[in-house]
Design a protein around this ligand. Structure first.
Ligand code: SF4
Length: 212
């Protein structure tokens, strides 16, 4: 997706709780970018896959400064607007960003960015950009969403064989499709101490309400 250098396609902006990952529970400012390069069967943000409002990067920077909180760029898939994101982040070196990406596109280096990167299970038919693993650091986190017990078995195998020890990994149940107790029991049974169970805290508080 190519927009003018100074315009981004945005579905919504809002302040809410960081519902996932190592900063869970923090007050953050979300920017939900529009469009995605894949289609997951369990997608919970289908309203962001098409359309969106054209907003200038300068306007977004003003909103971020006014929010006075760390920023989460989510989607959709933010990296289909990679050039514009890099410009926005470069304008705000004093702001901490987390970028939540589906893992299929190449990430980039930036001091003020923490990556939250998905690795899709084989049942989705979506390939991970394997080169991204070498670019992740201790401050980043990996998320594997599981829908079935086959996904869960694959996740443990993949973590053990392919994910470097220093990286933080969460296994998250697909909302409404996988029982989180099954994941927890499997984690305990395996004695896997470096993998954590992901919980989408905002969904436990507000269900599927938007802008939460
Ligand atoms: S990658 Fe994310 S936004 Fe895109 S279809 Fe899958 S769940 Fe939805």
């Amino acid at each position: 997706m190519n927009y003018s250098n100074n315009i981004m396609k945005i579905t919504e902006t809002f302040s809410s709780i960081q519902g996932e990952g190592p900063e869970i529970g923090a007050n953050v400012f979300f920017i939900r970018l529009s469009g995605c390069n894949v289609r997951c069967e369990y997608c919970d943000t289908e309203y962001a896959l098409e359309g969106g409002e054209e907003v200038s990067i300068e306007t977004l920077a003003q909103k971020i400064r006014a929010a006075g909180a760390p920023v989460v760029l989510t989607g959709g898939e933010p990296l289909i607007q990679k050039d514009e994101i890099m410009k926005l982040i470069g304008m705000l070196p004093e702001i901490d960003f987390e970028i939540q990406t589906n893992g299929t596109l190449e990430i980039f280096d930036a001091e003020n960015v923490r990556w939250a990167i998905d690795i899709k299970t084989p049942s989705t038919g979506i390939d991970f950009e394997i080169g991204n693993l070498d670019k992740l650091t201790k401050k980043d986190w990996i998320n594997i969403v599981v829908v079935t017990t086959d996904d869960l078995r694959w996740a443990f195998k993949y973590i053990g064989e392919s994910i470097p020890e220093h990286l933080l990994v969460y296994i998250t149940p697909a909302w409404g499709k996988m029982d989180s107790r099954v994941i927890w029991d499997a984690l305990v049974e395996k004695g896997d101490v470096r993998t954590k169970m992901g919980i989408q805290m905002h969904k436990y508080i507000w269900g599927e309400e938007r802008r939460r």
